[in-house]
Design a protein around this ligand. Structure first.
Ligand code: F6R
Length: 369
């Protein structure tokens, strides 16, 4: 049932192009507009939404952090993303015009379920983004957009994450479409780019051998740091989470702009630091800033592992290891930038002799608060 792979995780990483394509299937019509018929919240209600709140845990929370960038950019509706376990305990401000998006692979995570119950009690509308048909979270929500990753067996979430991203982009674009926001014009071109994405994920998968080799060479390290900016920041958090849970290594993700506010003190000789570089197009200011971050940490002895768009020559001189990914629109980059980090964590865990599919102390679905 592992389809010839040693671990479910490897199989699930390899299934990502299909999972992404399946999650898009039937949701984009021939004219390039979105039809999310299953989202039973009427367009009239969606037009009135004045705030979006995303709640989730772990990897799903990282998808939610990326959703915030997409939702605010394409809809101009304020959006916050919060850990489900923190949400209800601060008595959040919610009403009928709040749309809460609850993201969960299993649909059974108790923290997320309790957050959505609280939101509905306050009158908010809840849309679940979920991978498991008929599970509790979609049953208790006003509507559900299913991710079509197929069953995810490995404890560490991979293909579910990519499909959660796709679902969040679809929701953001759909909200932009029904509300006719200025950025709604972008919907058509982004939708076209989304339909290319499965092929681009495939391309990344075909070039992972150097990443595996690099991971094996780091098996005796104690710490790996991850830096990113904009949508690359949640990608850095996700890379660090994968490494913690699989390789049992100290790993931390930072927003690169925060380096100078403290974390740069951690940099020492030969410390591996993974940097997710934003596209040099569009957000070029950010790109320049992250290039100087790479220079700064390298000058202090860090071993830089740089994930950058193919053809990004500005980073090359400062990258001890360069991992190239395809060009995508700025907001979609996490779909291709996360894949090398999954492969990296899986290979490092294997090199350290860890059980990849069943990391110690973890369960696939966390049904206690
Ligand atoms: C990490 C991981 C966990 C889950 C989290 C939420 O690889 O698997 O962090 O993402 O427990 O689970 P779901 O999505 O089922 O609510």
């Amino acid at each position: 049932e592992k389809g010839g792979y040693d671990y479910f995780m490897l199989k699930e990483i390899a299934e990502q192009p299909r999972a992404v394509a399946d999650t898009l299937l039937g949701r984009i019509d021939a004219a390039g507009s979105l039809t999310l018929d299953e989202v039973r919240i009427p367009d009239s209600v969606l037009r009135e939404v004045d705030k979006v709140v995303v709640v989730a845990c772990g990897t799903a929370y990282h998808a939610g952090l990326i959703a915030k960038y997409a939702i605010e950019h394409w809809t101009r509706i304020p959006c916050e993303t919060e850990l489900a376990s923190e949400f209800r305990y601060r008595d959040p401000i919610l009403d009928q015009r709040t749309l809460v998006i609850a993201i969960s692979q299993s649909g059974e995570t108790m923290d997320t379920l309790m957050a959505l119950r609280h939101a509905r009690e306050q009158g908010a509308k809840v849309l679940a983004v979920c991978n498991t048909n008929g599970s509790t979270i979609p049953r208790e929500s006003d509507a559900v957009l299913y991710t079509h990753a197929g069953p995810e067996v490995a404890v560490a979430s991979t293909k579910a994450f990519l499909t959660q991203l796709v679902a969040c982009y679809l929701v953001a674009l759909y909200l932009g479409q029904v509300r006719g926001t200025k950025w709604g014009d972008e919907v058509g071109s982004v939708v076209r780019e989304l339909s290319e994405i499965a092929r681009e994920v495939e391309e990344v998968l075909e070039t992972m051998e150097p990443v595996r080799e690099l991971a094996r060479s780091l098996a005796d390290k104690n710490t790996v740091l991850f830096l990113g900016r904009h949508v690359g920041y949640p990608v850095a958090l996700e890379g660090a989470l994968k490494l913690k849970e699989l390789a049992y290594m100290h790993a931390e993700g930072f927003a690169a702009g925060e380096l100078k506010h403290g974390p740069i003190a951690l940099i020492e000789q030969d410390l591996p630091v993974v940097v997710v570089v934003p596209s040099p197009r569009g957000r070029s200011v950010l790109h320049d800033k992250i290039v100087s971050n790479i220079q700064e940490i390298r000058a202090r002895g860090a071993r830089t592992i740089v994930i950058a768009e193919r053809g990004d020559e500005a980073v090359r001189p400062y990258a001890d290891h360069l991992i190239e990914i395809p060009r995508t629109p700025v907001l979609l980059q996490p779909l291709v930038a996360t894949v090398p980090l999954q492969v990296f964590a899986c290979e490092l865990a294997t090199a350290r002799g860890n059980e990849v599919d069943q990391p110690r102390n973890l369960a696939k679905s966390v049904t206690v608060e």
